[in-house]
Design a binder for this molecule. Structure first.
Ligand code: ADP
Ligand code: MG
Length: 270
């Protein structure tokens, strides 16, 4: 008998207010094991704020976030990666003056350090963990086809390649849930196509569940299993990409953005 898809992440009634600005108002959605779930919406809609809440950078005014049935709000920032959640940032967050290899190894160490310390700095164990980390990094380098960049300093790489390295940095911790904040933002057409292919490969070959924010509706249509649309902190629609694309409220939110802001950013900051 087929097992019903499990809810990996449950977000219930999530709200947060920044000094009078209601950035999120009662947002509910679930992400199922193995799917690519996209959050789309105009700039300033509250998309990144959802990631900052899941990552425990912000605390919500109301709501619940459960991951594998566990209450995430009872966990600290440092628990998040160990629980199996990794993220990328809208503005790339890598150590720009370090090499690709060094950045990827750091991605492992955010998870390893606690394990190694709890083992009482036992040398043999630490050594084994280090070797495993290096092996894991090599696998990701091969998977993302970035062998030629491994010794290069991140700041010397083209923007699209930096985004790919940041994806790698998130993947080396072997997350169960990967949060991608505008993974194609600022990319040219070719870089966007490459990134789309890697995101699908992560889902299919690694079996990772992906929650992805994307501003551009066109990009998510081919990739996502389900999409929700956020506008002014409220979820206005959820469904399969083809359903969402036709929804009048969604069309209005996007048309409204074009006509009122001329495509400009509605948010005060990113
Ligand atoms: N730390 C913060 N302090 C004050 N306002 C914030 C903060 N973070 C986000 N906001 C505001 O919340 C709204 C939603 O922002 P954000 O989640 O970044 O939007 P999106 O990612 O959809 O473009 C914006 O108006 C933004 O200026
Ligand atoms: Mg954002």
């Amino acid at each position: 008998m087929e097992r019903p898809a499990m809810e990996l992440l449950e977000v219930k009634d999530l709200s947060i207010n920044f000094g009078g600005l209601q950035a999120l108002a009662g947002v509910d959605f679930n992400v199922r094991e193995g799917e690519i779930y996209a959050i789309i919406g105009p700039n300033g809609a509250g998309k990144t704020t959802i990631f900052n809440l899941i990552s425990r950078i912000y605390r919500p005014d109301t709501g619940e976030i459960n991951f594998e049935g566990r209450d995430l709000l009872a966990k600290s920032i440092s628990d998040i990666s160990r629980l199996g959640i990794a993220r990328t940032f809208q503005n790339i967050a890598l150590f720009k003056h370090m090499t690709v290899l060094e950045n990827l190894l750091l991605g492992c160490h955010s998870r390893l350090r606690a394990d190694v310390l709890s083992a009482g700095l036992f040398y043999g164990r630490a050594m084994k963990e280090e070797l495993k980390a290096r092996e894991q990094v090599e696998q990701i380098i091969e998977f993302l086809e970035i062998e030629h960049t491994r010794k290069k300093v991140v700041s010397s790489l083209p923007y699209g390649m930096q985004k790919r390295v940041e994806l790698g940095r998130a993947l080396v911790s072997e997350p169960r849930l990967l949060l991608l904040d505008e993974p194609m933002g600022g990319m040219n057409v070719e870089e966007t196509e490459d990134m789309a292919r890697f995101i699908l490969d992560v889902q299919e070959e690694m079996g990772t569940t992906i929650l992805m924010i994307e501003h551009d509706m066109g990009v998510v249509m081919d990739l996502s299993d389900r999409v929700c649309v956020l506008d002014f902190g409220k979820m206005i629609c959820e469904g399969k990409p083809e359903e969402v694309r036709k929804d009048p409220a969604v069309i209005m939110a996007y048309l409204g953005e074009v006509s009122s802001a001329g495509g400009e950013d509605r948010s005060a900051q990113d």
